[in-house]
Design a protein around this ligand. Structure first.
Ligand SMILES: Cc1ncc(COP(=O)(O)O)c(C=O)c1O
Length: 422
């Protein structure tokens, strides 16, 4: 099916996603059906630019030794590059200092770090923790575990029919005096961009600390954590063009200083005797064992790539693709779209359900057309329960997507509907 309106070859902002595909070797790979790849699953994990892959390989070939322990040139070089990545990430997300960045494996580990370390030290019996119905399981299950262990209460702020955090429900629950509010900046299941500054202000007025899940926002929009005024934030490198197995916890320095270690062992200590140990300073206090040495160097290259494009341009590009997809899919019969319609409140994610066709069938047919989308509950089962659906199909956009992907998406939806409803 052709789209109603002509599709320009470049976006309004002059950022040609199709041209960028040359930087991503995955597009050189043949798909199973022999069709060109339309990669619409970046919310699960992004593809990797050649520059990042080369940096990773270069790290292993030329800049690799264990860090923070060798008194020889190779180790000093690797240490310098590892710490450089910390500085680059700090600047990229608006941290006040690189000492506020703890490298971990992924956003899930960052959230678990807070639950285990801050949570165990600060949450007691009867205390209230607030999460929301919109969260990824990574921002639900660690809090369920903590609440069960401590005898604390865990409540979930409701979401509205349009897929927003219900601010009235938030106010009601904040009035109960929670110790902590955890919520996502961008919903991976709905695409909703939440009003972080307003929610954080309300939470702080109520005396709660705020943990923001930025796994789906850091890769896609400019971020200034200091300005947002949250207390903790969790992210994954693999969603932002970087390698897997590196992510970060950002937290205010005074919180990190006061928190007990999460994991213990080598590197995180300043002194060990047979009787006990003293901890290293932050952030190293939280980085037990050998860290992601090469992955940090890959992450630097990913940040270089994104900064080369400019995060304002990345956001504008995805907003443009979202508007195109929303209006194209919204005009098709038998397509139910989830999340807010306003592009200011919606990231480059379109989550939809086709009448009487299971999302897994949709994704299987799409695959034969070269379209990679995610079908399922997106690790956000409470969102599916909220809208009384088993699953959705999700198309998520990034720098290498372009209007031709949206055209192929609408064509594939129409073909799937013809196949099932013939
Ligand atoms: C909003 C959100 N939070 C957390 C995560 C967990 O990320 P990871 O699996 O990299 O730990 C994801 C992953 O999809 C996500 O979308």
């Amino acid at each position: 099916m052709a789209l109603q309106h002509a599709i320009p070859t470049t976006t309004r902002e002059g950022f040609d996603g199709a041209a960028l595909r040359a930087d991503f070797p995955t597009f050189d790979e043949p798909t199973a059906g022999g069709k060109p790849l339309a990669y619409l699953d970046s919310a699960a994990s992004s593809l990797k630019p050649r520059r990042m892959i080369e940096a990773l390989s270069d790290a292993y070939a030329h800049h690799y030794a264990n860090v923070h322990r060798g008194i020889y040139g190779l180790s000093e070089d690797a240490t310098q590059r590892y710490e450089h990545a910390r500085r680059r990430l700090a600047r990229f997300i608006g941290a006040r200092s690189e000492r506020e960045i703890v490298f971990v494996r992924n956003a899930t580990e960052a959230i678990n770090l807070v639950a285990f370390s801050w949570g165990r030290a600060n949450i007691g019996a009867g205390d209230l923790i607030l999460s929301t119905e919109m969260e990824h399981h990574a921002n639900i299950v660690p809090w369920q575990q903590l609440a069960a262990e401590k005898g604390a209460r865990l409540e979930y702020v409701a979401i509205t029919d349009e897929g927003r955090i219900d601010l009235d429900d938030l106010r009601r629950r904040l009035a109960k005096g929670p110790r902590l509010l955890v919520f996502t900046h961008v919903s991976n299941a709905l695409g909703t961009i939440t009003p972080v500054a307003e929610i954080t202000r309300l939470a702080h007025e109520a005396g709660a600390l705020v943990l923001l899940d930025v796994a789906q926002s850091v890769p896609h929009m400019p971020l200034d954590l200091a300005a947002l005024d949250v207390d903790f934030a969790a992210l994954s490198g693999h969603k932002m063009l970087g390698p897997s197995s590196i992510g970060a916890l950002w937290a205010r320095r005074e919180l990190l200083d006061a928190m007990p270690p999460f994991m213990t062992g080598g590197s995180m200590i300043s002194r060990v005797t047979l009787e006990g140990a003293e901890w290293n300073e932050v952030p190293w206090k939280f980085e037990a064992g050998t860290p992601p040495i090469a992955e940090a160097q890959g992450l630097t290259a990913a940040i270089d790539y994104l900064e080369g494009l400019g995060m304002d341009a990345v956001r504008a590009h995805e907003r443009f693709l979202f508007e195109l997809a929303w209006s194209a899919l919204g005009g098709m019969p038998g397509v139910r779209l989830l999340g807010p319609a306003d592009p200011d409140e919606h990231a480059g994610v379109v989550s939809f359900v086709l009448d009487r066709i299971h999302p897994h069938d949709v994704a299987t047919i799409f695959d034969s057309e070269g379209l990679a989308v995610r079908a399922g509950h997106h690790c956000a089962q409470p969102v599916m329960l909220r809208y009384d659906i088993p699953a959705t199909t999700r198309a998520s956009f990034y720098v290498y997507n372009a209007p031709d992907d949206i055209e192929r998406l609408t064509d594939a939806i129409a073909a799937t509907q013809r196949l099932f409803h013939a």
